[in-house]
Design a binder for this molecule. Structure first.
Ligand code: ZN
Length: 467
């Protein structure tokens, strides 16, 4: 006599069976250079949206699948094409919104890639390629989990699902808030899964419960009306490079910690993380010391940091004996979760004005904010997600903070204040998202699909609002 297998076991089997097709489809998505930055071909982003829409249609689960865009507020431009799919809940089941993005970062210096960025390549248990992890694997985790649930439960699939696959996340999500607003009815859900974050390591799942914010701006430092020969006036008037170097140096103390009054930090426990792991994961060689005080993860998750990410100054090949009249730099501030990014910007700008050497003239432009995020971990969806992650990976999940930002989460909270937000992902610390040789750990991918399929199954078995 056959014992009937449980729904969970059927989902497990279906998720395992779904893996080869998910990998093949992921490879096809990686082949499309869907870079949404200005200066790159937007037709590739459209092609990528069409490929994603075809995969979503192929699940046969949705009432409606379309490609849509939204206006970019304050401009007459429109945002990049996103994929939007909806399926109504039945029999009093909740609705879940699954988010990921199909656009990718530019490749940077192609010579640093060990295999071509848009040629999906498997080496040592990892799939290499731009977007292989961030975030086309997030897209495919959603699609594969949906396929698995469909195959396992068939007509009993009652869960409402909205799918939103954005096309401009890496390029600043400029039409995101407008998109949410335009499609609020289609996107409204009880639970939102944002699959664009990372895991503790390749085998230990994580739920991201805090994110730092970001305040970024361009600073122009001007000290002279025009350039002149450094032999003529050097030593008597300040050149802009000298003023800039002295000014920027005031942003950190001697330990490398941020030394700006008014930048908040958050008090929270962090897991153990050794300097050895930091050296390995961040590529910090012996002989170069880490910066900042306190535990390593509280520095990354709960404290602000400041990075000078660009500088416009005479280049080395063009260097002449000249006093530069002006220098521009881009300053990127990571903001502790809980502090508004605009408030952090005001603190940094006030610090720079107060420390401008020799009366140098400062100008602030291209100011860009993204607020951090703290997850409310008390809801039923967080409990369900923890259980599904533990079952999917075979290892208890860890609550993590993330030093980076997902600014659009603040927009989700604004538009859907009642929804429970789960921030998950397919990356591990070696994924090198945004860098050359980006890759996806194939075991993580397998476990992420299973965990998400099990989460969908448990929500599908749950009455709306009840137990
Ligand atoms: Zn991403």
């Amino acid at each position: 006599m056959n014992t009937p297998i449980s729904r969970q076991d059927a989902v497990r089997q279906a998720a395992t069976d779904a893996l080869p097709a998910a990998l093949a489809d992921l490879g096809d998505l990686v082949r499309i250079p869907s870079i949404a930055f200005p200066g790159f071909d937007p037709a590739e982003v459209r092609r990528s949206a069409e490929a994603v829409a075809a995969l979503v249609r192929g699940t046969d689960l949705f009432d409606d699948v379309r490609i849509a865009d939204a206006a970019i507020p304050g401009t007459d431009e429109r945002g990049m094409p996103a994929v939007l799919a909806t399926r109504a809940a039945r029999n009093g089941r909740p609705t879940i919104l699954l988010y990921a993005h199909h656009d990718v970062q530019p490749v940077g210096d192609e010579s640093l890639w060990e295999s071509p960025p848009f040629e999906p390549t498997v080496r040592d248990g990892r799939l290499y390629g731009r977007g292989a992890a961030d975030d086309k694997a997030g897209v495919m985790a959603h699609v594969a989990a949906l396929r698995a649930l469909r195959d396992a439960v068939g007509d009993d699939f009652d869960l409402g699902v909205a799918l939103f696959i954005e096309g401009e996340e890496e390029a600043g999500s400029r039409s995101f808030a407008q998109f949410l607003h335009d499609h609020a009815d289609a996107l409204r859900a009880d639970v939102i899964v944002v699959a664009d974050s990372g895991n503790w390591d390749a085998r230990t799942p994580a739920l991201t419960v805090s994110l730092r914010g970001n305040a970024r701006f361009t600073l122009r430092v001007r000290t002279l009306a025009h350039a002149s020969h450094s032999g003529m006036f050097g030593g008597a008037v300040p050149d802009a490079m000298m003023a800039t170097v002295k000014l920027l140096a005031t942003l950190w103390d001697d330990t490398g910690a941020v030394a700006v009054a008014g930048l908040a930090q958050r008090d929270a426990e962090t897991p153990e993380y050794t300097e050895e792991t930091l050296r390995d994961e961040a590529g910090l060689p012996a002989g170069v010391s880490p910066i900042g005080g306190d535990s390593i993860l509280s520095r990354i998750w709960n404290k602000p940091s400041i990075t000078v990410t660009g500088i416009d100054a005479p280049s080395v090949v063009n260097a002449s004996n000249t006093l530069s009249p002006e220098i521009s730099v881009v300053i990127s501030t990571r903001v502790a979760p809980g502090q508004a990014a605009s408030e952090a910007y005001e603190a940094v700008a006030a610090h720079l004005r107060a420390h401008a050497p020799f009366g140098a003239d400062l100008e602030f432009t291209d100011v860009d904010f993204g607020d951090g995020f703290l997850v409310d971990t008390s809801g039923w969806a967080v409990a369900a997600a923890r259980e599904a992650l533990a079952a999917g990976y075979g290892v208890e999940p860890v609550d993590i903070g993330v030093g980076g930002s997902i600014p659009f989460i603040a927009d989700l909270v604004t538009e859907f204040p009642a929804a429970q937000i789960l921030v998950t992902g397919v990356e591990d610390p070696h994924a090198r998202a945004h860098s050359p040789n980006e890759s996806l750990h194939l075991d993580t991918f397998r476990h992420a699909i299973l965990a998400e399929a099990l989460l969908l199954e448990s929500l599908d078995a749950r009455s709306h609002g009840g137990a």
